[in-house]
Design a protein around this ligand. Structure first.
Ligand code: F6P
Length: 540
């Protein structure tokens, strides 16, 4: 289906014109003119409250952005995704991470086949396995209980599981040590297994394709480590390795019994897979009940995204605001700032979700875009970031829209910590929006030459997402919120958020260079690469 180029559409032109009218307005003015702004520009769904009033928007901005979403056919695209249409057109695949959290009663067809029974079949198998490991029924080769679970995977086969493990650590079985090995750098593997006994260690090799260089290299090393530790008996592998993959043949080739394989499907993208079998290590850590609660949270947000009118639809609003800043204010980056230590890996997780999805410059019908697409996402948990990079957000030259994420309750109520934490979050959003004028600085008796240095211009936009407490369901809701915000952005930009061709070239070149580092063959790269390889050969 060929669409009118985005920048030629009436909604785009209207937004451009509108932008020139409102770009100069300060949030101070907007709040003064509209005292009920916080109520107007906030929405609540699935227990998540979104205050988006500290954004540089008016009612008209929102109206125009919503019109843009309509004009880009967002409604139809959402329906197509949920229906299982092959919207990942460059790979000819359906996009059905939403099926991973569908109830047993639902029917979702891919190529005429209902996928829901298979989803639940795998979930049940995962649950039975997780229970056996957690209860100590699953024994290692020498009859010992499993005390260490190591997920080997990278990208979507790592970031989701490690993020969820950290986020839900409070709910995890503390008798199990969980580690995540992703990097091909041997330091990663060596440190993960440091001091571990192979007879008590279970590896979960997670790879959609089961061909990824990093994961296969680490899995091979793990295999050798286990065999070395257990006297070289090959039959030990079955007790110490399970696989999560879509590729049974490769799993078998590696030597893992496919009875110990947990499957998923090509319609689950890597970065959308933490709620598939890729979540096996998460389930082992927190138990099947908590994992299912997380899925229920995802599902609640899916339903909201699918059914809520756009003006009350959290992912749609957040996605459209991202378009507003990226395309009309030329904001290059977006910060995600969870005021919750358990979400410390959430920004890293979001980096793959957002940037691998919308880091595209070619539209669905093959044109080069003439507008900004996905922003650079980054962040750190509060308050650490405040003592590091917030200076630039407050007084630097870049406009950086921020998402603050906080919780009303803490899982570890100790003294005044939580109020202090959340006070800081509210304070940062307030300071960013309203700043401090020269008059206010002077009124404090500041020396005149220091006044410009101490002025906070303000007008720095932010969203604040407030939820009750970190729990599995809330985590699912939060992740789905961002998944669908990414989808909304992709629909407006008319790119395919579900392929990732941009990661291929480097992989191919690395395969060519590996033997060149191991031998001394003639080099045929550019001058810089040749010289670096030669130097490395001399230095290694
Ligand atoms: O490097 C890109 C990528 O394909 C990601 O999209 C994916 O999550 C990751 O590699 C890992 O892939 P696999 O699960 O097949 O090992």
């Amino acid at each position: 289906m060929s669409m009118k180029p985005l920048t030629d559409t009436p909604a785009w032109h209207a937004l451009q014109k509108h932008h020139t009218e409102v770009a100069g307005l300060h949030l101070r003015e907007l709040f003064a003119a509209e005292p009920k702004r916080a109520a107007t520009f906030s929405a609540e769904a699935c227990g998540l409250f979104l205050d988006y009033s500290k954004n540089r928007i008016t009612g008209e901005t929102l109206r125009l952005l919503l019109a843009l979403a309509e004009e880009r056919g967002l409604r139809g695209r959402i329906d197509a995704m949920f229906r299982g249409e092959k919207i990942n057109s460059t790979e000819d695949r359906a996009v059905l991470h939403t099926a991973l959290r569908a109830p047993r009663t639902e029917k979702i067809l891919v190529d005429g086949q209902d996928v829901v029974p298979a989803v639940h079949g795998v979930l049940d198998k995962m649950a039975a396995f997780a229970d056996r490991v957690r209860s100590g029924q699953w024994l290692g080769h020498t009859g010992k209980k499993i005390r260490n679970v190591i997920n080997i995977g990278i990208g979507g086969s790592d970031l989701g599981p490690v993020m969820a493990y950290e986020a839900l650590k409070f709910y995890s079985d503390r008798a199990l040590r969980c580690e995540f090995v992703s990097n091909v750098d041997s330091d990663d593997f060596a440190e993960a297994v440091h001091g571990m006994d192979p007879s008590e260690t279970l590896f979960v090799v997670s790879s959609k394709t089961f061909t990824t260089l990093e994961t296969m290299t680490n899995a091979q090393t793990a295999r050798e480590w286990v065999l070395r530790g257990l006297g070289g008996d090959e039959s030990a592998i079955a007790k110490h390795f399970v696989a999560v993959s879509t590729n049974a043949e490769k799993v078998r080739e590696f030597g893992i019994d496919t009875a110990n394989m947990f499957g998923f499907w090509d319609w689950v993208g890597g970065r959308y897979s933490m709620d598939s079998a890729i979540g096996l290590s998460t389930m082992v850590a927190v138990g099947p009940e908590n994992f299912r609660a997380m899925l229920a949270g995802f599902r609640e947000m899916d339903e909201h995204f699918r059914a809520a009118p756009f003006e009350r639809n959290l992912p749609v609003i957040m996605g459209l605001l991202a378009v507003w800043y990226g395309d009309f204010f030329d904001a290059q980056t977006a910060a995600v700032l969870p005021y919750e230590q358990y979400l410390k890996r959430f920004p890293a997780y979001l980096q793959q979700l957002t940037m691998e999805s919308n880091g595209k410059s070619i539209t669905l019908d093959g044109r080069h875009v003439d507008y900004n697409t996905g922003a650079i996402y980054w962040g750190e948990p509060g308050t650490n970031g405040q003592h590091s990079f917030y200076q630039l957000i407050h007084q630097g030259t870049h406009l950086i829209p921020c998402d603050f994420i906080g919780f009303a309750k803490t899982l570890n109520p100790i003294g005044r910590h939580h109020d202090i934490l959340i006070a800081n979050m509210f304070a940062q959003a307030e300071a960013l929006a309203f700043g401090k004028t020269a008059e206010e600085v002077r009124a404090e008796g500041t020396r005149e030459d220091l006044v410009p240095h101490r002025v906070f211009e303000g007008n720095r936009p932010s969203n604040t997402i407030l939820a009750e407490i970190v729990d599995p369901a809330t985590l699912g809701k939060l992740v789905a919120l961002y998944e669908h915000s990414v989808f909304t952005q992709g629909a407006v930009w008319e790119v395919n958020p579900f392929d990732q061709w941009g990661v291929e070239l480097g992989k191919v070149l690395a395969q060519r260079i590996i033997p060149e580092l191991e031998g001394d063959t003639a080099l045929h790269h550019d001058g810089s690469t040749n010289a670096l390889i030669e130097r490395y050969r001399r230095m290694k």
